[in-house]
Design a protein around this ligand. Structure first.
Ligand SMILES: NC(=O)c1ccc[n+]([C@@H]2O[C@H](COP(=O)([O-])OP(=O)(O)OC[C@H]3O[C@@H](n4cnc5c(N)ncnc54)[C@H](OP(=O)(O)O)[C@@H]3O)[C@@H](O)[C@H]2O)c1
Length: 227
């Protein structure tokens, strides 16, 4: 059984990843709050990845880093602190956990790291300056780490379009907004956390053992298609 560390399995996409992998993988979760479900089936450490010491682990085959942000403001309302905070949680937090666990990952079984980007990197959208540049950093990190650790550790990212989690609450806060959001996408749908969790399952499995340095766009057509 693969041993998988999820950073941010208490909520949203990370929670769906834990639900999806429990039973087929041995799971460790790190988040500030405890996941309310599956606690009996996983090992949990309450920890802020930006501030606390990360726990020592003995063996690891996969690392999935979920913390991120959606901080949408017009440029003249974005402060330098906004840019720094987005960079810190999206890029530096990931760097911190990779630095901590790369050594044990290297001796894992087909080790794989999955990070999260966003469609906002490839599609210019108003008010996305801060999050888009931070996620562009995540994509650059995936490619550089993929090269640096090849052939030992695979690095990939998923770039989802809007996904129905607490993080996206403000953008999906009523039925009209949900309907408009579905309509903006050529596939007439946005994502549910389970859709993303299935891509994570693929990226940590042997089925993707030749795939590294890639950004998997789960875009419901919004980046790829012009209808
Ligand atoms: N939802 C979307 O529409 C969407 C779209 C594009 C990209 N994404 C990206 O997809 C990823 C997952 O998004 P999501 O919607 O699932 O986010 P979410 O619902 O906010 O969940 C984030 C998870 O990370 C944990 N976390 C946050 N800060 C942390 C910290 N400092 N230390 C430890 N754990 C921390 C949270 O747990 P605690 O609060 O308990 O610490 C939570 O479990 C993010 O990188 C996001 O940018 C999301």
């Amino acid at each position: 059984m693969k041993k998988v560390l999820v950073i941010g399995g208490s909520k949203g996409i990370g929670k769906a990843i834990i639900k999806n992998l429990q039973g087929s993988c041995e799971l460790i979760n790190i988040s500030r709050s405890e996941p309310v479900e599956f606690l009996d089936k996983i090992q949990h450490f309450s920890c802020d990845v930006l501030a606390d010491e990360l726990p020592d682990l003995e063996q690891l085959d996969a690392l999935i880093y979920c913390p991120g942000s959606i901080n949408l403001k017009p440029l003249n309302r974005l402060t330098e602190t906004d840019f720094k905070n987005d960079f810190e949680i999206n890029v530096l937090g990931a760097v911190r956990v990779i630095q901590k666990y790369s050594k044990i990952l290297k001796s894992g079984q087909d080790p794989s790291v999955v990070l999260f980007s966003s469609v906002a990197v490839k599609m210019g959208m108003p008010f996305h300056a801060s999050i888009a540049v931070a996620k562009a950093g995540v994509e650059a990190l995936v490619r550089t780490m993929g090269a640096e650790f090849a052939p030992h550790i695979r690095f990939n990212a998923i770039a989802p379009t809007i996904t129905d989690t607490g993080l996206a609450d403000k953008l999906l806060r009523n039925d009209i907004m949900k309907e408009k959001m579905r309509d903006r996408h050529p596939m007439k749908s946005y994502l549910q956390p389970d859709d993303v969790a299935e891509m994570v399952e693929f990226l940590v499995s042997e089925k993707s053992k030749r795939i590294s340095g890639q950004i998997m766009e789960l875009d419901c057509g919004i980046v790829s298609f012009k209808l």
